[in-house]
Design a protein around this ligand. Structure first.
Ligand code: ATP
Ligand code: MG
Length: 342
């Protein structure tokens, strides 16, 4: 196992980097940092934009004095297709590979030769004649854009994995006694959902409504420029008693979309897993800092809701994370990536 590992989360608006040492009993935070990204971040296809992103990565690695060590990088949930396939009989490795290829045709809206398939067996039992597997299909053109950025930055990734796999590792871990948890990750361009039970992801979803859309809604409602709307959103949030409820009114329709998706996922999950209800909801991503969002979700879902704390399992110097308290939940992905190790 590599001692030091760097997690790099290249979001659509900002870059987050976390370096951990995995040598000791607990993982230890070595250094971290974040930096805004130019333009549309990894949403761009132009080589020049990708080169600019590499430059931002290189600059941040220098600024936070990141040691030269292996890196793990996140692929965006919104571009990836994942599925838990649970209706397979007991299969050998070869049979499983072809079964997965076959079912990928069903859930991947691209020709299967245009995606990389990766899977993890959750359960395989001869006795119960059953195989359960978590499948990730990553479009080759998305992967190659990330590889381009990493090549420009002269970084060789140990692995690429999805944002939610990383967040689940950071926020729930592999503790089989942790209650079944739904992670809701509020990014800038998307809101992503995962249901994690006994350390395993059983369901994921991504919707194309995120923090950018919330800010645009405030801008439109109050006839503000984007930067001003962004500030008002962050200060007043989804709280009825703030600013005569104006920001609340602007945000409510979109936040309700996010809630409705959560309700759908909870119902779908519950219908299939009657013995294993979702017990808590963890809000991640920088958007989890929206004032009032924890209470709004708790009231709407009737479940225990908490803000993500990506530092909880780490040994850390309090001074190091103090500076980042304002957007701690935005580091969930980067922490989880580094925790992966080799
Ligand atoms: N205090 C806050 N209150 C509300 N929203 C916030 C706050 N801080 C940041 N945000 C929002 O969080 C979003 C950025 O979140 P994050 O950094 O997790 O996104 P990203 O990783 O760049 O995007 P994505 O994961 O969608 O590609 C922005 O829309 C920003 O407005
Ligand atoms: Mg993100």
């Amino acid at each position: 196992m590599a001692d030091l590992v760097t997690g790099i989360d290249i979001g659509s608006t900002s870059l987050k980097i976390v370096v951990l040492s995995l040598k000791g009993k607990n993982p230890k935070l070595i250094t971290l940092g974040s930096s805004p990204l130019p333009g549309t971040g990894m949403n761009s296809d132009a080589d020049i934009d990708l080169e600019n992103i590499s430059q931002v990565i290189k600059n941040l690695l220098v600024a936070i004095k990141a040691p030269n060590c292996p890196v793990v990088v996140a692929l965006p949930e919104s571009k990836i297709f994942t599925r838990v396939i649970s209706d397979l009989p007991f299969l050998t490795d070869d049979e499983l590979a072809s079964a997965i290829k076959y079912s990928a045709e069903e859930f991947v809206p691209l020709p299967t030769d245009q995606v990389n398939l990766y899977w993890e067996v959750i359960e395989r039992s001869k006795q119960n004649n059953r195989t359960m597997v978590f499948v990730v299909a990553s479009p080759k053109n998305t992967v190659s854009r990330y590889m381009k950025v990493l090549n420009y930055a002269k970084l060789k990734p140990l692995a690429l994995e999805t944002e939610l796999i990383a967040s689940a590792r950071a926020l729930v871990g592999s503790n089989i006694y942790a209650p079944t948890t739904m992670i809701v990750q509020f990014g800038a361009s998307s809101t992503d959902y995962a249901v994690v039970s006994k350390g395993v992801i059983l369901l994921t979803r991504s919707i194309a409504t995120g923090g950018l859309a919330l800010t645009r809604a405030v801008a439109q409602y109050l006839d503000f420029e984007f930067p001003q709307a962004e500030q008002y959103k962050k200060v007043y949030g989804i709280m009825q008693d703030q600013l005569e409820g104006k920001i609340y009114q602007a945000l409510k329709p979109l936040v309700d979309l996010m809630v409705v998706e959560a309700v759908r996922i909870i119902q779908a999950f519950q219908a299939k897993n009657k013995q294993n209800p979702i017990k808590r909801v963890v809000l991640s991503g920088a958007g989890a800092k929206l004032p009032g969002i924890v209470v709004y979700f708790a009231n709407s879902l009737g479940l225990e809701v908490q803000e993500a704390d990506p530092w909880f399992s780490l040994d850390k110097d309090q001074n190091m994370i103090k500076k980042f308290q304002a957007d701690a939940p935005s580091f969930s992905v980067a922490v989880g990536l580094a925790l992966r190790g080799e």
